[in-house]
Design a binder for this molecule. Structure first.
Ligand SMILES: *[C@@H]1O[C@H](CO)[C@@H](O)[C@H](O)[C@H]1NC(C)=O
Ligand SMILES: *[C@@H]1O[C@H](CO)[C@@H](O)[C@H](O)[C@H]1NC(C)=O
Ligand SMILES: *[C@@H]1O[C@H](CO)[C@@H](O)[C@H](O)[C@H]1NC(C)=O
Ligand SMILES: *[C@@H]1O[C@H](CO)[C@@H](O)[C@H](O)[C@H]1NC(C)=O
Ligand SMILES: *[C@@H]1O[C@H](CO)[C@@H](O)[C@H](O)[C@H]1NC(C)=O
Ligand SMILES: *[C@@H]1O[C@H](CO)[C@@H](O)[C@H](O)[C@H]1NC(C)=O
Ligand SMILES: *[C@@H]1O[C@H](CO)[C@@H](O)[C@H](O)[C@H]1NC(C)=O
Length: 926
């Protein structure tokens, strides 16, 4: 015989009333003051005054101050008499916005139970839960998805609740309702209950658990036990109508936990009752019938069994506990009048049938018993909240301008798809909190003075407040990382603070002020409203270097012109001194000969022109002719050549010889037949590097730089790391060139020599702000190279919008997925698992502040850690299949409880144990 009771909800008002009476009685018995730290919100409460709940004695408050927006509603008159509690009578509905969040004050790092309840009550008269269409919405705990509230096909009076045990990530915990396009989200009540830090030890900042079931057993009158019986206000459902072969046990003896066992703090009253089966049976089975729409295969379950032997005599009761055939606990014997809570230290189980067996062992005389049971589902807290400073600054801004934008709600950047409108966030570092890099509040009707919070945001690079009604003057603030400040078309008056002007003049800030009173008598470029050319909008400090580079190029051009016209002069200037190095010294005439009169130019750089040449033995060489403004400045040249002659590394270009005369200095290197990395990455479509080759070359270059930084004393700073300076030999081995030349020119000399050491797009912003040259300057440039290797894009993109490559990467990742940044020429043939690590590494290298960048040694080891760079079988991943389906962790539904006993005999006997409850419970645990 198989009897299965399924408790689809419906209600009988008379029973509810009885129940409430019971609860009231209980309060009188156990009455005690509300626990401190409880936050209880009766959502949608119209009378904006708090009240004490008659059943629990807890004070419930209206929503004010916890949520913005929303509409106060009450359930239809028809259901007013039914609700399990007062809080179900009103609700807050959120027709606007895709995400609406309640923010509850909390203590960072503390553990809480958060419970939300939902009673639809046909408040909108649309009969949404029974009109045949889907009626569901999402629930987030902070920036992570918690569950889905699926009210499809449920009676309007059903109360559904969700509970999560979580650790507060900051000084607030937020609960967000997410509109999934299948009905308007609403909420009836929201409760926050502090737990002891010792409780539920497996709950931590990255793991929360969502309640699936919490039941107490035995013959108990109240069908729901909560506060004040449970001082943490956990909801304990109850199954009390036991028919044969079920047996209820009870005791009046106190059932205590062992001192020091405070993981669960189950009230003694709950442990004083238990359920067992007749002696003729051996197996007690706890199982739940899941809604068929629920994918139970993917659920990660965490069961907690609470046992205490409450039989008066001294019984022999031993049993095994199984989950999906796996023996969880063997030969367990409950202690007398003492709580034993069995769990597997936070191990989550797969158990598609959601059933657990308690099986009497051979030596046991009594069948199993159970006092209480909890079942949770894993909620991963993988998504990080926005950097807390940024959050606070953004909140200040929001208050300052009284912004009522609907989606400026909850966390500013996270999760990505619900980030605040107008913000661009940087998610590129997977283990760091997202940061705000750009804020666009153009034409947002802002009034009043400039909000100073913006100026304090460390990562903000782009601020657009144009076309508003901002008044007053610009406050004098030390800007941090701001690169674009657009204040055009406001009512701002002068003067422009010195700190801002200085950054503008240094080319570190793109400032726009046109259309402000401040510009009435200023003629500077920041006040001209002509369309700016794209170069000017470049995000990085390029203005000054560009000008300087042009000057330098002009000088080089002049000198070379001169050199070509009257090279005879040069011949007369051959220097007497010779180096004590094992290098061939060339004369100018020899150079002319091997380069075929400087016919074939293979490159141009900040230091001169590179010609192709062929030695007498047909060895191909690259001849780099260095030009100087005046030869006196090159006093460091020879010592430097001496140094370079000692630098030997497989990833550094080899110096074969040099030439020195009064007007022209030259270095002769091995010729690299595959050209440079820039040509290969962005050259024609005929040849493109594959993913392994790219990573190989990155590692080669990194090792070359590491050698310069770490193995040379003093360290050699390259100063002009860029893809054109990474050459490739015939085997595609990456070889760094042009190193050390910067040191051939004394730092102190002129600012031209300083500025020349760097190329547009690769410039370390800190170096250009401070002119402090360190090895980290190379690390920055290397980061840009790495990004070019991944994306195939130039360091500065012009179309359709000017973008510095790191920002472009952030932007792309923010708008889509990390796979969107990968060079299309790779045709999705890359190892997806290494992509995130490489991007992380690159973004780490291009940190604004040098100290946050890794050293080259670290870079090398991180590149080496990547999955085998050359894999025997190439991994191929298509970008689209890689992005996680956000619904994966979702979709489990209401469960019905059946508890069955299995007879020792062959014919098994399943007994739906929930009897009358299916008739009266308007509640559902989820
Ligand atoms: C609001 O409060 C008044 C009196 O305080 C009461 O009469 C009224 O029923 C309350 N309304 C609601 C919706 O609770
Ligand atoms: C984290 O965020 C991503 C993208 O914003 C989302 O797809 C994912 O579901 C989130 N993860 C969790 C656990 O909420
Ligand atoms: C407690 O158990 C005894 C038998 O052991 C039974 O007579 C009594 O009715 C039970 N009390 C309750 C409240 O179930
Ligand atoms: C329960 O125990 C009995 C006897 O010890 C055994 O025959 C049976 O296979 C067990 N059932 C399970 C599911 O382990
Ligand atoms: C903010 O906006 C609200 C309504 O949108 C208005 O009542 C309030 O006066 C505004 N506050 C300020 C400081 O502008
Ligand atoms: C600025 O305010 C004036 C009235 O005070 C209004 O007419 C104008 O449209 C506002 N300008 C912007 C850009 O909001
Ligand atoms: C919601 O519940 C309905 C009815 O049980 C079911 O058909 C549907 O698949 C569920 N949807 C989700 C997303 O859980």
């Amino acid at each position: 015989m198989v009897i299965n009771f399924i408790c689809w909800p419906s209600t009988k008002p008379a029973r509810i009333l009885a129940l409430l009476l019971n609860l009231v009685t209980m309060i009188q018995v156990h009455g005690q003051p509300p626990s401190s730290g409880f936050i209880s919100i009766d959502c949608g409460l119209r009378n904006s005054s708090s009240y004490n709940d008659s059943a629990t004695g807890l004070r419930f408050d209206p929503d004010d101050g916890y949520v913005e927006g929303g509409m106060r509603k009450q359930i239809s008159q028809k259901f007013m008499a039914d609700p399990f509690n007062e809080q179900q009578k009103t609700l807050m509905s959120f027709p606007d916005g895709s995400r609406n969040c309640y923010t509850l004050p909390s203590t960072i790092g503390k553990k809480y139970l958060v419970r939300a309840t939902f009673t639809y009550g046909n408040y909108d008269g649309l009969n949404k839960s029974r009109d045949g269409s889907l009626f569901l919405f999402g629930l987030h705990i902070g920036v992570n998805s918690w569950d889905m509230v699926n009210l499809t096909n449920w009676g309007a009076r059903t109360m559904v609740w969700n509970e999560v045990l979580t650790v507060a990530p900051s000084n607030s915990v937020s609960v967000c309702l997410v509109n999934l396009g299948s009905g308007i989200p609403f909420i009836s009540s929201l409760e926050l209950r502090p737990l002891e830090d010792t409780m539920y030890p497996f709950v931590n900042t990255s793991v929360s658990i969502s309640h699936l079931h919490r039941i107490r057993f035995g013959n108990v009158a109240d069908f729901m036990t909560r506060y004040p019986t449970d001082k943490y206000d956990r909801f304990w459902g109850n199954d009390s109508t036991a028919d044969y072969p079920w047996m209820n046990l009870n005791t009046t003896n106190k059932v205590a936990s062992l001192p020091g066992n405070n993981f669960f703090n189950i009230p003694s009253v709950i442990m004083q009752n238990a359920l067992t089966i007749d002696m003729n049976y051996s197996t007690l089975s706890l199982s739940w019938t899941a809604n068929p729409s629920l994918d139970t295969k993917s659920l990660r379950l965490l069961p907690i069994f609470h046992f205490a032997e409450i039989n008066g005599s001294n019984p022999n009761r031993r049993f095994n506990i199984y989950s999906a055939g796996e023996l969880l606990f063997s030969d367990f014997s409950p202690s007398r009048f003492q709580v034993d809570s069995l769990h597997q230290n936070g191990r989550f189980l797969l158990n598609p049938d959601i059933s657990f067996l308690l099986n009497k062992t051979g030596s046991s005389t009594l069948p199993p018993l159970i006092n209480a049971f909890e079942l949770y589902i894993l909620v991963r807290m993988d998504n990080l909240t926005t950097d807390s400073d940024d959050v606070n600054y953004m909140k200040e801004v929001k208050n300052h301008y009284n912004l009522t934008r609907i989606n400026w709600n909850g966390d500013p950047c996270s999760p990505r798809e619900y980030s605040w409108e107008g913000l661009t966030c940087d998610y590129s570092k997977s283990n760091q909190n997202p940061r705000v890099v750009s804020v666009n509040l153009s034409a947002s009707g802002l009034k009043g003075g400039l909000a100073v919070s913006f100026m304090n945001m460390v990562s903000l690079e782009n601020l657009d407040l144009s076309h508003n009604n901002l008044t007053g003057s610009i406050p004098d603030y030390e800007l941090r990382s701001l690169k674009i400040l657009n204040l055009s078309n406001n009512q701002l008056v002068g003067p422009i603070p010195h700190s801002i002007l200085r950054r503008f003049q240094a080319g570190l800030l793109d400032l726009r002020l046109e259309g402000n009173p401040i510009c009435s008598n200023v003629k500077d470029t920041y006040c001209s409203n002509k369309k700016k050319n794209t170069i000017q909008t470049m995000l990085i400090a390029v203005t000054v270097p560009v000008v300087s580079l042009l000057v330098l190029m002009y000088i080089i051009w002049k000198l070379c012109l001169k050199g070509k016209s009257d090279h005879v002069d040069y011949a007369m200037y051959e220097e007497e001194t010779s180096l004590h190095v094992d290098l061939r010294r060339f004369t100018y005439v020899e150079l002319k000969l091997i380069t075929n009169d400087f016919q074939s130019i293979i490159g141009k750089g900040g230091f001169g022109i590179v010609y192709h040449g062929k030695l007498e033995n047909d060895d191909e060489v690259a001849v780099k002719v260095l030009m100087e403004t005046s030869i006196e400045e090159s006093t460091d040249f020879l010592p430097e050549v001496e140094t370079l002659s000692k630098v030997h590394h497989k990833n550094l270009v080899k110096l074969k010889g040099y030439c020195q005369n009064k007007k022209c200095l030259a270095l002769i290197y091995d010729f690299m037949s595959r050209g440079n990395l820039q040509q290969l990455i962005r050259g024609g479509d005929d040849y493109s590097l594959n993913w392994e080759q790219r990573l190989h070359i990155a590692l080669d270059a990194a090792q070359g730089l590491e050698y310069l930084h770490e193995s040379c004393t003093p360290s050699i700073v390259h100063r002009d790391v860029k893809t054109p300076n990474i050459l490739l030999d015939k085997n595609l081995v990456g070889i760094i060139s042009d190193f050390g030349l910067s040191r051939a020119f004394n730092d102190a000399h002129t600012h031209i020599s300083t500025v020349a050491a760097g190329t547009l797009g690769y410039l370390d912003p800190e170096y250009h702000a401070t002119f402090q040259l360190t090895v980290k300057t190379d690390v920055y440039s290397f980061g840009i190279v790495l990004l070019e290797i991944i994306t195939g894009q130039p360091p500065v993109l012009m179309e359709p919008q000017t973008f510095h490559l790191p920002n472009w990467v952030r932007h792309k990742i923010a708008m889509g997925s990390i796979h969107d940044i990968v060079d299309k020429r790779l045709l999705d043939q890359y190892d997806a698992s290494s992509l995130q690590s490489v991007v992380d590494l690159a973004m780490n290298c291009v940190e604004n502040t040098a100290i946050h960048r890794p050293t080259m040694t670290e870079v090398v080891s991180r590149l080496k850690e990547l999955p085998p760079v050359v894999s025997s079988e190439k991994m191929s991943v298509s970008a689209s299949t890689c992005s996680m389906n956000p619904m994966d962790a979702e979709i489990r539904r209401q469960f019905q409880l059946t508890i069955s006993g299995v007879r020792t005999e062959e014919n098994s006997f399943r007994f739906g144990y929930t009897g009358g409850m299916s008739e009266l419970i308007p509640l559902s645990g989820r």
